[in-house]
Write a protein that binds this ligand. Structure first.
Ligand code: 3NM
Length: 215
């Protein structure tokens, strides 16, 4: 792995997940402002209605990756192994319905592998399949992703920690200002958010507000 587990834990503190269709303005500007605010990790998730495809998607990925590189922010690709390899991303994030994690791990070597899980069973399986970190969700109701599982809240993270899972964890799903503390107190190392940042008129200030709550 490219980071020690402790380094990864720190880097996952405020994980911004974004695609062009999540943004109110130019995605490059949103990312730049989010970085200025202090995000610590980034995932390119170009999915859903009006998402870019083919060469347009690759072009945007490269632009966003360059911004991350200039600022020392890890750049993770959501569910697109080919793209992650083509642009030499820092890692890939996959869900339960995406590619086979064992195949992905084989192809990406020591790049980061993040897996979305929803319960203890899936978490144990993801670890056996080589996940470096877990995204656990949905923490709260969200309208950003349509096909979410039942909302069980931060309790799921408590359960994973009680079962001695020490792997780096981020909570995801519906996390907005005011809800960060409960996710961190449940045992998460950080939070992953889309709309709390991307839907803000001022992503820089939105990030600062979220980070303030982590203290
Ligand atoms: N995954 P927002 S919820 C991408 O539960 C994603 O695994 C989820 O967007 C899961 O921060 C989600 O705007 C959407 O609620 C997160």
């Amino acid at each position: 792995m490219r980071y020690s587990e402790e380094e990864l834990r720190k880097k996952l503190q405020l994980y911004f997940v974004m695609g062009s269709n999540n943004c109110l303005k130019d995605p490059e500007i949103v990312l730049q402002e989010a970085i200025e605010g202090g995000i610590t990790f980034f995932q390119f998730r170009e999915k859903g209605t009006h998402a870019k495809k083919g060469s347009e998607k690759i072009k945007l990925a490269k632009k966003l990756q360059a911004i991350c590189k200039q600022n020392g922010i890890p750049f993770i690709v959501n569910d697109d192994l080919e793209l992650a390899l083509e642009i030499d991303a820092d890692g890939i994030h996959i869900g339960q319905e995406d590619e086979d994690p064992l195949k992905v791990r084989k192809m990406i070597g020591d790049k980061l592998l993040g897996i979305s899980v929803h319960n203890l069973n899936e978490a144990n399986q993801a670890l056996a399949q080589g996940a470096n970190y877990l995204g656990v969700g949905p923490m709260y109701e969200t309208t950003t992703k349509k096909d979410i599982r039942e909302v069980k809240g931060p309790e799921v993270i408590v359960e994973l920690r009680e079962n001695n899972l020490t792997v780096p964890i981020v909570g995801i799903g519906g996390i907005q200002k005011g809800l960060i503390k409960s996710v961190i107190e449940a045992g998460a190392d950080g939070v992953a958010v889309i709309s709390a940042i991307s839907n803000s008129e001022n992503p820089r200030e939105a990030v600062k507000d979220l980070l303030e709550e982590m203290k």
